[in-house]
Design a protein around this ligand. Sequence first.
Ligand SMILES: [Zn+2]
Length: 497
Amino acid sequence: MAKSDIRLVGGGISHESCTFITRFIPGRWRGEGREALDYHRGKRSNLAGMIDVCEREGVELIPTVYGAPDSRGRVLNDSYYSMLNPILEGIEKALPVDGVLLWLHGGGATEDEDDLEGHVLEQVRKVVGDEIPVVTPLDMHANVGPKMIEHGSFYCGYDTYPHLDKYERSAEVTQLLIDKIRGKIDPVIAYAQPNMIITPVMQKTGYYPMKAVIEKAHQIEAEPGILSATVSAGYAYADVPYPGVTMMVIADGDRELAQRKADELSQFCWDLRLDFLARVVPMERALDMALAEPEGPVVLTDQADNPGGGPPQDGTHALKAMLDRGVTNACVALMRDPEAVAKAIEAGVGNTVTMKIGGKTEPWVGDPLEVTGTVRTITDGMYVSEVYDPGMVIDMGRTAVLNVRGIDVILTEKSKQAKDLQLYRSLGLEPTDYRILLVKSCVHYRAAHEPIAKRIIELDLPGWHGTRLAAFPWTKLRRPVFPLDVEALGISELATG
Ligand SMILES: [Zn+2]
């Protein structure tokens, strides 16, 4: 093989840190060096997009460490530096390089750093200096702070929520980096931040108003001189100075053009702000609506307890309401409760057991529910995803299905979002047979559930991933900000239409 003309060094930390949660559970996934690349090769992930472009372009990608702990509270310092230090050492060892290709989420915080990614980029700059381009793809839930703007060269963020274009956006930023190093283009990025936070349930890119903003970004991307346009919807559950929306436009050499287009996109989003206010349904009303549907499945979404954005996934409010109402032929996906899983396993398949499930982690999740149910299934909780992150092996930990008065409650040891129908089928359950599916997910479930759902109802429940932002104990957030400080920022328009 011919020696490649370009050497890139890679590494990354991907974490979405719900700062309102005080518990951090390390783990999930960490890849070292070549093994990390081998794990992702051929999949539709961020790293796979980077690998494919580098191989196609004959570019060498030198891997360091890639860490992606499960989303929870702030990353503990020990855990953070156990990832950051080997990344920095690996980059130093790889020098000289032509560029740094990181994998960062954008919504991270550590015990000491409100801006995990900004801190990573600052430290990387200390190693490589100011001249070497340093880039990364970003999740659509990136909160872009001053350090990210100062230290990174440019970014491409996802255009989709559910996130179905991780591969494409990572390939895009990799291609821009390589083309820049070869002197074919001169990417310059500009930022604009409308002063607004959008609750994730209103960030669905398949629906107005977010759909309109993404379409506007795509129009800008098609204009002459523009290389890329990103709408980062932001991660709402971080009590840091700057959570919220960021527009990022990359132009070819013309910074003034990039800024003009970023400002235009920002204004477009701001003008739609009232349409971004969440519309969610109280639980009792949602059950009325679901039970009135002639056919199932009706999907009810407890996005407030969505583990993908941090919450513990053992909230009981929705299940309690379903049991109180006498709902049958329903399934709860999923409830994390390792104690309950152990008790179900001890009881054994086909046997009846009485125990407390859920409600064991935080005050807002509701009380544990004392239930008597029959153990239907016990598995190791492993399945291969088909629609969301296809080909990825998902590990729910040991998993038990407990049938409680006609409701199948899927109890798991680990927090996993209900993103793919294979999670049901791996347990011998057929999702299309149920009248009601209660999913603890915000938007990602839609990729697999929309095709089978007769109706989807987004619930108004308490929780760190919910829509009641004004009630959160903010201390560091900039004020005023829309929609929390509505009077200062023009909510009176609501009254006048
Ligand atoms: Zn995201």
